[in-house]
Design a protein around this ligand. Structure first.
Ligand SMILES: NC(=O)c1ccc[n+]([C@@H]2O[C@H](COP(=O)([O-])OP(=O)(O)OC[C@H]3O[C@@H](n4cnc5c(N)ncnc54)[C@H](O)[C@@H]3O)[C@@H](O)[C@H]2O)c1
Length: 300
């Protein structure tokens, strides 16, 4: 721990270049500079860092209107993928970013509530119509709610957790499968330490997130024969969604719990791991939960 602190201090005071160990940018140099996570210094990736590792691939990202989903969509586009985004809220900001990166012919967006079968099918159908197939599916959408005591969660909230999380994830996976069967695929689902670490107040959200890990493992076993890998990430980033689902005290307490002493940054910390899981460097990884949480929960 002392070693990590010293390293961070060193990097903060000496914003040099260090060798990247991140996949997709191996043997390249990345710069340590100011970022959005509480003014901390961390890895920053620019367009020049992209190496086109996903050229020719087609990706769908759910819940991409903001937050981690937006960062994931942008990172996949920077690596060359055609990206279809969807959200039940406004997604125009993300779509604008994608069009700027890769042009209107490689970017598309649709309104979609992932709880609704017909809307999920429409997104997959449109992605195939526009871009030819689906190679990468990032299931990111989930309703984030303020934590409350077990007995105060309502049945309606519990249903929303399950439907926006595992149901939506499962629906997208089922509907993308026919295309991925043809030439393999990459599925990246989104879990949470709130599930496997059992944080108080998150009984419904945590249960939904654990179900997503279970779906991930089952599909990984069943679909390995099609060369489809299925993993989940367990992220930690102070997005507007996460900030809205926590009081100030919880935010402060959590920072102290990160081994790296800071929240993650959606673009620089989280989305690069999704690029790795979507690309060729992760070809022998499936059924995993990849913690991208600065050492918050340390799943064993
Ligand atoms: N931020 C964190 O620290 C953290 C930690 C663990 C897990 N996660 C997970 O990461 C993912 C992204 O989190 P975030 O912090 O960016 O959240 P966010 O609230 O900022 O963004 C979530 C996006 O999903 C969309 N969405 C929600 N329900 C939807 C539905 N039914 N249909 C379509 N779109 C829907 C929202 O409109 C929003 O754009 C979520 O799955 C979340 O559970 C986040």
């Amino acid at each position: 721990m002392e070693g990590i602190s010293l390293l961070l201090v060193d990097l903060i005071h000496r914003p040099d270049e260090v060798s990247s160990t991140l996949p997709g940018v191996a043997r390249k140099r990345i710069r340590i500079e100011s970022g959005a996570s509480g003014g901390e210094k961390h890895n920053s990736h620019n367009m020049e860092d992209a190496v086109g590792v996903l050229d020719g691939k087609v990706a769908i990202v759910t819940g991409a209107g903001k937050g981690i989903g937006q960062a994931e969509a942008v990172a996949l586009a920077k690596e060359g993928a055609s990206v279809m985004i969807c959200d039940y809220a406004d997604y125009s900001e993300t779509l604008g970013k994608l069009e700027e990166i890769s042009g209107a012919d490689k970017a598309a967006g649709m309104n979609c509530d992932v709880r609704k079968t017909a809307e999920v099918k429409a997104v997959v159908t449109e992605a195939v119509k526009r871009f030819g197939t689906v190679d990468i599916l990032v299931n990111n959408a989930q309703k984030l709610s303020m934590p409350h005591d077990f007995e105060d969660w309502t049945e309606e909230e519990m249903r929303e957790q399950w439907e926006s999380g595992p149901l939506g994830t499962w629906l997208f996976m089922q509907n993308c499968l026919p295309y991925m069967k043809e030439s393999g695929g990459r599925i990246i689902n989104t879990s949470s330490s709130a599930g496997y670490a059992g944080y108080p107040g998150y009984s419904c959200y945590g249960a939904a997130k654990e179900a997503i890990r279970s779906i991930t493992r089952s599909a990984a076993k069943e679909w390995g024969k099609y060369n489809i890998t299925v993993n989940s990430i367990s992220p930690a980033a102070l997005t507007s969604g996460a900030a809205g689902a926590m009081d100030e005290e919880a935010k402060t307490q959590l920072v102290a719990a990160f081994a790296l002493g800071r929240w993650g940054d959606p673009d620089n910390d989280i989305a690069r791991v999704v690029v790795f899981l979507a690309g060729p460097d992760s070809s022998f990884m499936t059924g995993n939960t990849v913690c991208v949480d600065g050492g918050l929960a340390m799943l064993v």
